[in-house]
Design a protein around this ligand. Structure first.
Ligand code: UTP
Length: 409
């Protein structure tokens, strides 16, 4: 793109601030900036003009039926044998969503490369893969492994896995793919510059993972392998159990398009998304969308009616994902701390939120899947999220839980 064309486009869009430093850039910088401008995906303008209504108005929210721990225990052997058979037949693949920036944890580089060890190194990726290794051993196969990264961490992630021998997999058996990026804007909708020659771009949320897999040609790869189910999981949970045969078996047996691991909320106001029904479709309602009345509603057994907190470990039926591949996933506008060029021309990370990013979320796929099974797990055994350095959902709390589960740190 030429300078003249870029200037004309940005004038039309009201974004000429992006050319503010153009004249002081060298040739490489100029070309970099012009390429960045050419690659901007302008969809965010529509999302800013018509933000999503998160009030919950017009929804018909009701509790959803799910499998609680006693019911799972009673049928454990049956579920397990169905799950093991599916895994042995290569019908289940694992997809790690690791494209996020982990800004709350505040470390540079991939979150999964974070060392949570105390007396010896123990990386988040490593601990998660240890759990998967147990399943692989039990089933006598290696569950096909896919890892989503973003432009911000791709090279570092791939290098880390290589350095650590792909955690028991062979090179080429773990497939890495990149998600898309979206511009980050200030409160007036003006796109930030991250460097004088670089547009501020951020990973566009974890909702677009299937489209990104398709673009990378990996859906064909899945089909060639005979995969029918995708176990999507987040990098933050260090007690994540991947391709858990009991969960796989229960989901297959129930005939739904999507299984969701859940924990029972520890209080009515816990900040987790809750699995529910919206009319005749499953959905996830965010904690801030639950009214007081709903949060405290009890069922006939005296349990909270909206108790199924999702822990971002889902089993998706591949054929259904393909059917809904063209559906529009809602875009959430989220306030974040955005690294940007300051008035004095220097790039800095802000202390507090300074703008907005555009994200689609994996939770919004649940409704499109059409049917879902909440599958309860023991919180202390399977849910140790690492979002922050200290306090709630932190490195500290996750270490405690790892110790409780006999993991040496
Ligand atoms: P979070 O919502 O916690 O976001 O991600 P994050 O970017 O990791 O952390 P913060 O909000 O900046 O502190 C939940 C899961 O979704 C993945 C993350 O890597 C994590 O596994 N994710 C998030 C993506 O893969 N892509 C994204 O764009 C965002």
């Amino acid at each position: 793109m030429t300078y003249e064309r870029a200037k004309q486009l940005l004038e039309e869009k009201g974004q000429t601030q992006l050319l503010r430093y153009y004249d002081e850039l060298d040739e490489v910088g100029k070309n970099n900036l012009l390429a960045g401008i050419e690659n901007i995906v302008w969809d965010f303008e529509k999302d800013l003009a018509n933000p999503l209504d998160l009030s919950g108005k017009g929804r018909d929210i009701r509790p959803i039926d799910g499998l609680k721990i006693p019911a799972i225990e009673a049928r454990k052997a049956e579920f397990e044998s169905v799950g093991v058979k599916a895994i042995k037949e290569n019908k289940v693949a694992a997809v790690l969503l690791a494209g996020g920036m982990g800004t709350r944890l505040g470390v540079d580089g991939p979150k999964g490369a974070y060392d949570i060890g105390i007396t010896k190194p123990l990386y988040i990726f490593e601990q998660q893969m240890k759990n998967l290794a147990e399943v692989n051993e039990k089933c006598g196969v290696k569950v096909p492994m896919y890892v989503m990264t973003s432009d911000k961490n791709h090279e570092q992630t791939v290098a880390f896995w290589k350095e650590h021998g792909y955690f028991g997999y062979d090179e080429g058996e773990v497939k890495f793919f990149k998600q898309d990026m979206a511009p980050a804007v200030d409160y007036d909708g003006k796109i930030y510059l991250e460097r004088k020659d670089t547009i501020a771009l951020s990973p566009n949320g974890n909702g677009g993972w299937f489209a990104s897999m398709q673009r990378a040609g990996l859906v064909d790869d899945l089909k060639k392998k005979g995969v029918e189910w995708l176990n999507i999981y987040a990098v933050d949970n260090v007690l994540q159990r991947i391709a858990d045969p009991v969960f796989v078996g229960a989901t297959i047996e129930s005939g739904v398009n999507c299984g969701a691991k859940v924990v029972c909320k520890n209080n009515p106001y816990e900040k987790v998304g809750v699995l529910c029904m919206d009319g005749d479709k499953p959905d996830i309602i965010e904690y801030y969308e639950l009214t007081d009345e709903m949060a405290n509603q009890k069922d006939e057994n005296g349990d909270y009616a909206y108790c199924f907190g999702a822990i971002m470990n889902y089993l998706f039926r591949l054929s259904r994902l393909e059917e809904i591949a063209d559906a529009k996933i809602p875009v959430h506008i989220v306030e974040k701390k955005i690294e940007r060029v300051c008035e004095d021309g220097v790039t800095r990370k802000p202390e507090k939120e300074n703008g907005k990013k555009f994200e689609t979320l994996v939770v919004d796929l649940i409704k499109l899947m059409g049917s879902a099974l909440p599958f309860e797990v023991v919180r202390e055994k399977e849910f140790a999220p690492i979002k922050n350095k200290t306090g709630v959902d932190s490195v500290e709390s996750a270490r405690e839980l790892l110790k409780q589960n006999g993991v040496e740190l």
